[in-house]
Design a protein around this ligand. Structure first.
Ligand code: TRP
Length: 406
């Protein structure tokens, strides 16, 4: 399978590699190709219309603007919601030092989904994954877990309906489902999906079962009891899809629904859309800890511009919004459609210069980061403990006891 994909990209002379650990491309990512290669479904107008019809609210600008662009089984989730059948959200993060703006995208979107559907959420912090893949001690990954949890909580999740867990701490409760999954998946399969080789440690080979387990409700007995037929929706970046292709394959054999997914594109690095931002490259991203000054400096110095070489040329030909990173960041963070359309028009006609566009973006980002930092400052140790404690939620989630779990 992997071989086949490589051959296909050879033929089209495109070099695009997307796995949970690598995302590189010679030019801008070809997301249609990813949808074809991965076998997911593009989000089309019909689905957006249905979401609006079912929820009676306009869809999030991330969906309107194609930032969340692909899905699996969203229609089953909407049908469940229409019938009043409960489902839950699952997302996660491999804890790292220094979260950047790109890391906020799935959490901002998940917060929107939690509010929209008023459903429970589980957040997996894969400290075990980071330990296996990075040069970190177990003790270090534990610390990063707590620090990242603070940033996640600062996104505003419902404290009554959100459970955040560290794999290191929660493994005991998850273990029965992890085991069940491990027994269903051969080494040949994980090698095929993830490209593991003879020289990868055995921890890596078995890790996918650990990321799969939270897709099944019985992994959370304090929330769902022993109900096996509760659907799960996973908002994530498209690079996480391989884990859930594997999960969807084993789900019916274990008596669970296949998890549904909604996929985002990658948040572009300041230098341009070819690569994902990296926490290890200071200049490639805006960090959640950056000061207003640092934000202004990074945008002015590094944000790849679709503007022209001279003012005269720019006035004449206009800027190119499709490659301009500042414009793309605005598409992520400026909610007002009319204002964004106006900026696009001004910039591509040449009336607005790159410096002016950057100034607007700097203001938007400074405001967003300031709000995030203020919210994070409110997240005390007790708040973190609350979110991370397995606690009964069944009575909140299922006020009227279901008569049958089937
Ligand atoms: N592997 C993910 C990462 O490295 C973390 C993760 C775990 C995750 N479970 C998830 C991400 C579910 C999205 C959805 O960031």
């Amino acid at each position: 399978m992997i071989l086949l994909l490589l051959m296909m990209s050879e033929q089209t002379a495109e070099k695009q590699v997307v796995t949970p650990w690598v995302a590189t491309s010679d030019s801008a990512f070809d997301y249609d190709k990813l949808v074809r290669d991965f076998g997911s479904t593009k989000i089309d107008q019909e689905l957006l219309d249905r979401i609006e019809a079912v929820t009676h609210k306009p869809v999030h600008h991330f969906m309107r603007r194609g930032i969340f662009f692909s899905h699996r089984d969203m229609n089953s989730i909407l049908s469940a919601y229409e019938k009043g059948t409960p489902f839950y959200l699952y997302t996660g993060r491999g804890p790292s030092a220094g979260m950047h703006m790109g890391h906020l995208i799935p959490f901002m979107f998940t917060k929107y989904l939690q509010d929209l559907f008023d459903v429970p959420l589980v957040v997996q912090l894969t400290d075990d994954e980071k330990f296996l893949w990075k040069k970190l001690t177990v003790e270090e990954t534990r610390k990063l877990t707590i620090e990242n949890a603070r940033d996640i909580i600062a996104c505003g999740f419902n404290p009554e309906k959100t459970f955040i867990f560290s794999d290191l701490d929660y493994m005991g409760t998850m273990y029965p489902n992890v085991l069940r999954i491990q027994k269903m998946v051969t080494d040949t399969t994980v090698r095929g999906i993830f490209g593991f080789t003879d020289s990868d440690c055995i921890g890596k080979h078995s890790f996918p079962a650990i990321q799969a387990a939270p897709s099944f409700p019985t992994t959370f007995p304090h929330m769902f009891g022993d109900r096996k037929k509760i659907r799960c929706l996973i908002p994530c970046a498209i690079d996480q899809d391989p884990y859930f292709r594997m999960t969807r394959d084993v789900a019916p054999r274990l008596g669970f629904h296949k998890p549904a997914l909604i996929h985002s594109s990658f948040f572009p690095a300041l230098q341009g859309a070819q690569s994902k931002m990296s926490s290890s490259d200071e200049s490639s991203s805006i960090f959640l800890t950056d000061t207003p000054k640092q934000i202004a400096k990074k945008i002015n110095k590094y944000a790849f511009s679709g503007g022209r070489d001279t003012v005269e040329e720019h006035r004449e030909l206009g800027g190119n919004c499709d490659v301009d990173v500042s414009f793309q960041y605005l598409a992520f963070f400026l909610e007002d459609d009319a204002r964004l359309a106006e900026i696009r028009e001004e910039y591509s006609s040449g009336r607005m210069l790159t410096g002016e566009l950057k100034k607007i973006l700097i203001g938007v980002l400074q405001d967003l980061i300031k709000k995030h930092q203020e919210a994070r400052a409110q997240v005390t140790d007790d708040v973190v403990r609350h979110f991370m404690t397995p606690r009964p939620m069944e009575h909140i989630l299922f006020p009227k006891k279901e008569t049958s779990s089937k």
